[in-house]
Design a protein around this ligand. Structure first.
Ligand code: 3EB
Length: 367
């Protein structure tokens, strides 16, 4: 497959030019880029390698999927441990028009833009045991850190856990993870237990526990899905502690806004639907995404378009062999231009074969 054309999200070709650093500097475009707080892009490894901190849109962080060789960029580079299904390597880049500062602290790689703080951390070697302890330690660390640095509101979490569906001490590792995450939030940010950040919680073949976060100074507006029970209210049969994430979150940043979409799967109410049938799971997941976006539109009065070029999405597939079917299903609904990254990943319930998440950008916010 060819990468979708590097679609501009904001100011026509100017965004592309600003990213690659070789375009005309038209004043009007400069102005709109100048206030762009956050921009997500999917890139080929080659396009990624040519990025520079001198571009008008500067990298805040990059998430590397599969085979990507880099010479060490100054911003956080996180290896996802997830394999892209349509190319050997893919890169997801978070860009901003603001000045960016990078730092390391207590195992976290950090990048801040004044409005946003991105952080990344990995707890290795938690194969034998201690998933809950590792999750609690990582979450306590990051909660203390965002508080201290003045970005106390988590908007979005990326959680990748090695061997997520394996049993450990009589409980699935994902459920241990939920326990540790809950303990940290309950101790340090109890008010966020019923307005948690958006998240994905997925599995990889190795890498221990990798956690990335995007935090802000001000809270966003969490949105729940009318077709689904809130994950933080799942009944006990799904584990001793519920998963701490909101289905979606709307937030104004710069002169635009973003809608973060948590990992969304074939679950209605709190029950998995269509076990064993990936095409039906894709359809159900998309019905969930649409219902969530509708709820967010009603709540905010903004138009949130799921189609390209305003959205960047990730599709997670448990079985690589499902890739053609999943891609066909998604493109039927979202169009061939949709910017979707297809990744091999384990989903946090064994019967689930597919999950989708991502973010939508709203260029001009109606007040
Ligand atoms: C679900 O709806 C699917 O534990 O952070 C999706 C997104 C899922 C985030 C998490 C889990 C998480 O329950 C699983």
């Amino acid at each position: 497959m060819t990468m979708p054309a590097q679609t501009s999200l904001l100011a026509g070709d100017a965004v592309e030019a600003s990213v690659s650093g070789d375009g005309p500097e038209r004043t009007a475009d400069r102005r709109s880029i100048g206030r762009r707080a956050l921009c997500f892009r999917h890139m080929t490894p080659d396009a990624y390698l040519s990025l520079s901190p001198r571009n008008a849109l500067r990298p805040l962080a990059a998430i590397l999927h599969g085979e990507v060789t880099t010479s060490g960029k100054p911003w956080p580079e996180v290896r996802s441990r997830l394999r892209p299904l349509d190319a050997p390597g893919r890169v997801e880049v978070l860009l901003t028009a603001s000045e960016v500062a990078q730092e390391r602290e207590q195992g976290f790689e950090l990048a801040s833009s004044g409005e946003l703080l991105f952080g990344s951390c990995r707890a290795e070697s938690i194969r034998g045991s201690g998933v809950a302890e590792a999750a609690e330690r990582v979450y306590r660390g990051l909660l203390e850190l965002i508080e201290r640095r003045g970005y106390p509101r988590l908007l979005r979490m990326w959680n990748v856990l090695e061997d997520i569906n394996a049993e450990q001490d009589g409980l699935e590792r994902y459920r241990h993870f939920c326990r540790g995450r809950h303990e940290a939030l309950a101790a340090l940010q109890p008010a966020s237990l019923d307005s948690p950040p958006t998240a994905c919680g997925i599995g990889a073949e190795d890498g221990g526990l990798g956690v990335c976060f995007l935090a802000a100074r001000d809270p966003g507006l969490p949105i729940e899905n009318p077709r689904q029970v809130s994950a933080y209210r799942y009944p006990r049969r799904y584990g001793p502690r519920s998963p701490s994430f909101s289905r979606g979150l709307f937030t104004r940043l710069g002169d635009g806004a973003h809608f973060f979409l948590s990992g969304t799967a074939s679950i209605t109410g709190h029950e998995s639907r269509h076990p064993g049938c990936v095409t039906a799971q894709v359809e159900e997941s998309l019905a969930n995404v649409r219902a969530l976006i509708r709820a967010a539109e009603e709540r905010t009065g903004q138009d949130l378009a799921l189609a390209a070029p305003s959205s960047t999405l990730r599709a997670y597939l448990r079985d690589e062999a499902d890739y053609p079917l999943v891609r066909e299903g998604l493109e039927r609904h979202l169009g061939p231009e949709a910017e979707i990254l297809y990744l091999r990943a384990d989903i946090c319930r064994r019967e689930l074969l597919f999950e989708i998440d991502g973010q939508l950008f709203v260029p001009s916010v109606q007040s």
